[in-house]
Design a protein around this ligand. Sequence first.
Ligand SMILES: [Zn+2]
Length: 231
Amino acid sequence: MTTDFHCHLYEPIFDADRDEVIARAKAVGVTRFCCDASKESDWTLIEKLYKRYGAETIRPGFGIHPWFADAALPGWQERLVEKLNQYPDAVVAEIGVDWIRRTHDPFDVQTKTFLEQMEIARDLNRSVTIHCVRAWDKMPALFNEFGKFSPEITLHSFSGSILDAQWFLSRYNAFFSFGVEIQSGKRESLMQTYKFLLDNAPTSIRFESDSPYMPLIKGTRNEPSNIISYI
Ligand SMILES: [Zn+2]
């Protein structure tokens, strides 16, 4: 029995055969799916999945992804709190910072949106799933400014160094989620971090598909059953 710690099963690309996708995953032992939002309009889609498949199958994640931070509509903070209160087992996800997208979305909007969501998560004692791309060097300063946080922090598609991993492990209830990249083993630095965690903090390792994204074969639709090939 395993959990897909980060996916987007609510995406319309699964509308025609979502039952089959879930059945295929369950047949190979992937029984729970953390469905993390990218933008506010995803929240109702995630709710629908939660109602259809139940709490044992779907863990909802409500939040705003850094790519969509600048498009968030006024009042999203209140609506996020409301949604989290409605679903006590929901986490705050997918939130974070993405330095690659800095030209489309000024980094300070991302930072502000990220920190506001961290604060909401702390207030409601909710776990978070963090997206961080090319911004690992910014994280310590951001977190130092933010202060204490005791719920779980899952760093999705973790791409940080061993030092980054150690920094999180020594301060937070941190988990590191790995996806398809560990199957190819091509990124040497990533494999070093993965091996370090396997040797030193194996219980902090999690796996994810990021379905429908990050397919094993380029141009295809990814689905949660595929995580079996690299866990
Ligand atoms: Zn994702």
